[in-house]
Design a protein around this ligand. Structure first.
Ligand SMILES: N[C@@H](CCC(=O)N[C@@H](CS)C(=O)NCC(=O)O)C(=O)O
Length: 141
């Protein structure tokens, strides 16, 4: 059984802090991802550059676990990665990176200069969109 399926009792968002009896601040970040996912790599790299501790929750894409209804509650688009911060779940590597950057400003990933910052965001946006286009137009086999 995958790590993700073992965690299922906690993935009724809004209940997690209640079930565990903890406050949002007590909970470690969790990254639901998979080793072979390049989008998940992006989120992992950001977490590691920022020096943030997190639990890795695997959703086995080769077993189609991203399609299970429990994961759909976390991310209706059924893609990894998804970040879980307490009772808040956020999908999409780019959104995750920007959320981490805003919430944890130490070890910044983006330059302070507004124009350099905008150029970084532009390039990141192109990279994530290019990946989606690749998935749509290039068959897997
Ligand atoms: N724009 C999304 C793309 C996420 C994405 O495409 N994830 C792939 C793995 S890299 C996935 O979960 N695929 C599952 C599927 O195709 O069913 C992001 O950057 O997070």
């Amino acid at each position: 059984m995958s790590t993700f399926l073992l965690h299922l009792p906690y993935y009724h968002l809004g209940l997690k802090t209640h079930v565990l009896g903890l406050s949002q601040e007590d909970l470690k970040l969790e990254l639901i991802s998979y080793w072979s996912s390049s989008a998940s790599h992006r989120a992992r790299i950001a977490l590691n550059l920022k020096g943030l501790e997190y639990d890795y929750i695997a959703v086995n894409l080769s077993k189609n676990e991203q399609s299970c209804p429990e994961f759909e509650k976390v991310n209706p688009t059924k893609y990894v990665p998804a970040l879980v911060d307490g009772d808040f779940a956020l999908a999409d590597s780019f959104a995750i990176i920007l959320y981490l950057e805003d919430k944890y400003p130490e070890h910044p990933l983006l330059p302070q200069d507004l124009q350099k910052r905008a150029l970084n965001i532009k390039i990141s946006s192109i990279v994530t969109q290019a990946y989606i286009l690749f998935r749509i137009f290039v068959p897997c086999d």
